[in-house]
Write a protein of this length. Sequence first.
Length: 214
Amino acid sequence: MKNKPFIPQSSEFLYHLLKGNRKMCSTIAKNYLAKNPSIKDLYEVVFKEALYEVGRLWEANKITVATEHLATAITEGILNELYGELDIPEKSTHKVVLACVDGESHQVGVKMVADVFEMNGWESYFLGTGIPITELIKFIHQKEPTVVAISLSIFFNYKNLVKMIAVLKSEFPNLTIIVGGQGFLHRKEGSFEKVDDIKYISGLYELETYLKLW
């Protein structure tokens, strides 16, 4: 696996996230890309590292939920700014549907995952948070994706993830499902190691390696 480059901007980005300074965070991201034109590195080393630390601070009651939501919203806004900079090749026949576990309120992590799929030529359908399982099933029937990717940000929602996967596997026995997110820092693959076609992906570098297998 590729080693993470040392990026001093990650701590600076975190500092300004916690201050709620969107303009400065956007500037840091753009300055980073001017030196290292890899959006994947920016996502993994700067955005992900900063947001994981924000999550840890919130879990430790060192920041308010408002600050945590603001940091996530700022990062998601920057993702939207940068979308036009993605190097997206001609689409292949592979399709992915991406959604969050029931009860999640943040979608920025799986949004970065959607971008990496697109940068690897996949047709990406990003549904984000709040999609009822019944509607997700209808959408999967409609789009017939190669893979469904599910994000778990908070470990508290782990049981919801297990239920969600059970429903999906019952409806689509041969569907390949990948899971990931900060919630797995507490429980890695867990019981999914024993379930066919359930793959835990720890980060964007591992995801890109996984996509090369298709």
